[in-house]
Design a protein around this ligand. Sequence first.
Ligand SMILES: *[C@@H]1O[C@H](CO)[C@@H](O)[C@H](O)[C@H]1NC(C)=O
Ligand SMILES: *[C@@H]1O[C@H](CO)[C@@H](O)[C@H](O)[C@H]1NC(C)=O
Length: 119
Amino acid sequence: MISIGGGGAGGFELATSTAENRSRFVLSILNFIRQYSLDGIDIDWEFPSWNKNLSRRVERVNFVYLFKDIREQFNQIEVMLGKSLVLSTAVAAQLTIIRMCYQPKEIGKICDVYQSNVI
Ligand SMILES: *[C@@H]1O[C@H](CO)[C@@H](O)[C@H](O)[C@H]1NC(C)=O
Ligand SMILES: *[C@@H]1O[C@H](CO)[C@@H](O)[C@H](O)[C@H]1NC(C)=O
């Protein structure tokens, strides 16, 4: 697997802002997975909607849309690849960040690996 993001990594906001941009982002993920015969992807966006005004809280919704889009594509190419692909995410455990940045139930439904110490 490969992990995308990490502390200080930018780009997620624009890459997830529209269906079209997400689609391009997801396509590049799929190409990368195929090129290097990976078993999946880990998304480490620190953090969607973090310290943003209310209008920017849409990032946390786009975060979920990103997982939905990836999962949809994974479902399609898993048959072709003959294996299951893993979709995971690294998230913060602090309650303040969880409340502002995540929709834990939604993420938990879509990701294979999801862990947070405090919910
Ligand atoms: C979509 O992504 C491009 C970069 O590839 C960026 O310039 C553009 O601002 C993004 N669109 C939105 C609405 O964020
Ligand atoms: C939030 O909005 C206020 C005024 O509307 C602005 O001064 C401030 O810079 C904004 N904060 C962020 C994080 O965008």
